[in-house]
Design a protein around this ligand. Structure first.
Ligand code: FAD
Length: 477
């Protein structure tokens, strides 16, 4: 039975943040209803299945510097959790480059004169910094300052423009600083030479956690725990949110074409903040709606090719910055966990970054599969005849877009939402913030704590975590 009346909290959205919020409230014996539009929970951190093959919507590695989140994840997944060594490469100029950068590999790949130019440009930027801090507005400013112009032109410009679909001068430098805080060319090189204790620089980490059956297991486990005492409604879309005097009164949910009202004392929203604002009735002031219409998201198209061969690479990720390759990143799920594909087969997953209305988002599945096969073959990675099956998935709102204006627009929206007495926002799109999974979980837990009025450490996590099984990926010649 749906506890539509008198629930302590209604949670909007069943990604990791919404699930973590509902889990925390459930463990504190609160009555919760979680509403999820899709037919499964997990949001961006789902694992798709296709005829014996499993793949995430873009490979999701789990890592965190928060011991409570780490303990919760280990506790939920126990012996399903693997430790996977990361091996990433950048493919450009027809060669593979290590990521994080390795000086020897760079000199070999780029040649001594290009390498010298990178070092010279970097030193020049650092020297200029001694005479006053540069004005950092855009991603271009930030990257040139941290890596030098040559490195920016070579890698960051092309890759960032592929991901974001706009020039690096239009992307916020503040976002880059928060996303890859602490990283610079020198630190990346130092890391490769001396293996820094890199807990603080996430992008340099060399191991991560991964559930044997894909990242979606984390959401499934949270769901199992929540449903012991509470209700999750999947296939249910929040269509209207009624409020009065900055208090949410009830929400209208559409399920299988039928609308129903749900009521709770408190509400946690992890659906995109722009959707939240548009669903409020009475309508928010014009400037709030206008700000919401100007915040944008970047979508993702995933093309998985099933291959009639045992293995393709030994990599966890391969980045492809060059413009004439239409996808930006590929991964082979079998290198994350051997349980992701049948033993004698493998699959490779290509990620296309796109925006609504562009050529990629408008292309049909068959065209996208042919495009992927053609380019993978041209790159020499596969032979077209090895592809015996394929699958295309579309992921809307994969990345909040941090253009140089986003902060002012977001502030208008958040200032308005903060006036609501019983509404809490959480999650990546719910707060329009570039959160990884652990931070998304944290934000859901924090929203639940705001309702409970007690901090994280007081919330009882279950027993001590078990040992995690290390899993070493196969190294293929
Ligand atoms: C390609 C890619 C790779 C990534 N890789 C990593 C990684 O390696 N490591 C890492 O830590 N993080 C990674 N992330 C980030 C990670 O996916 C997110 O941090 C996390 O999944 C966000 O969870 P969330 O609950 O905040 O949001 P979401 O997962 O977006 O959940 C929001 C939910 O709300 C639902 N919803 C939306 N509108 C409505 C509505 N009107 N009614 C009801 N429900 C609605 C959606 O269906 C969705 O399930 C990656 C993200 C992407 C896109």
């Amino acid at each position: 039975m749906i506890r539509s009346r008198g629930a302590d909290a209604v949670v909007l959205g069943g990604g990791l943040s919404g699930l973590s919020a509902a889990y925390t409230l459930s463990k504190a014996d609160r009555r919760v209803v979680l509403i999820e539009r899709d037919c499964e929970v997990g949001g961006l951190a789902k694992t798709a299945t296709h005829r014996g093959f499993r793949f995430d919507l873009g490979g999701h590695r789990f890592m965190t510097d928060n011991p409570a989140i780490e303990s919760l994840v280990k506790d939920l997944l126990r012996d399903e959790l693997l430790i996977v060594p990361r091996k990433s490469r950048i493919y450009m100029l027809g060669k593979f480059f290590d990521y994080p950068p390795n000086p020897a590999n760079a000199v070999f790949g780029l040649g001594p004169s290009k390498t010298a130019k990178i070092i010279f440009d970097y030193c020049r930027e650092q020297a200029a910094g001694l005479f006053g801090s540069p004005d950092i507005v855009s991603l271009e400013d930030w990257t040139v300052n941290r890596f030098g112009r040559e490195m920016f032109e070579l890698y960051f410009k092309q890759y960032s423009e592929k991901v974001w679909g706009m020039g690096c001068k239009e992307i916020s430098g503040e976002w880059a600083a928060s996303r890859i805080d602490g990283l610079s060319l020198w630190k990346a090189v130092k890391n490769s030479l001396f293996k820094l204790k890199n807990g603080k620089i996430r992008t340099l980490t060399d191991r991560f956690y991964y559930p044997a059956q894909g990242i979606g297991r984390l959401s499934e486990r949270l769901k199992d725990e929540i449903e012991k005492d509470n209700t999750i409604l999947t296939g249910s879309e929040v269509v209207r949110i009624r409020h009065e005097n900055f208090n949410i009164k009830h929400i209208a949910v559409c399920r299988q074409g039928v609308e129903m009202d749900l009521q709770g004392r408190e509400y946690i929203s992890s659906i995109p903040v722009t959707s939240l604002v548009k669903r409020l009735y009475p309508r928010p002031p014009y400037e709030v709606l206008e700000a919401a219409s100007q915040l944008r998201f970047r979508d993702l198209v995933i093309v998985a090719l099933m291959l009639d061969r045992k293995s393709l690479t030994d990599l966890t990720w391969m980045y492809l910055p060059e413009k004439d390759i239409p996808f930006g990143r590929i991964h082979e799920p079998k290198n994350w966990s051997p349980f992701m594909s049948p033993e004698d087969k493998t699959h490779v997953v290509a990620e296309y970054f796109c925006s609504r209305g562009d050529g990629i988002s408008g292309a049909g599945d068959e065209a996208l599969i042919n495009l992927t096969v053609r380019h993978m073959e041209k790159l020499g990675f596969i032979k077209a005849c090895e592809v015996f099956d394929a699958c295309v998935l579309r992921v809307p709102n994969a990345y909040p877009v941090f253009d140089v204006y986003f902060k002012d627009r977001l502030k208008i929206i958040m200032d308005y939402l903060d006036r609501f007495g019983n509404l809490h926002t959480a999650g990546r799109n719910g707060r329009f913030s570039y959160l990884n999974m652990d931070r998304a979980m944290e934000s859901g837990i924090e929203a639940a704590e705001a309702i409970l009025g007690k901090p994280a450490e007081k919330i009882k996590l279950r027993s001590e975590p078990d040992e995690v099984r290390p899993y070493h990926t196969r190294m293929v010649a």
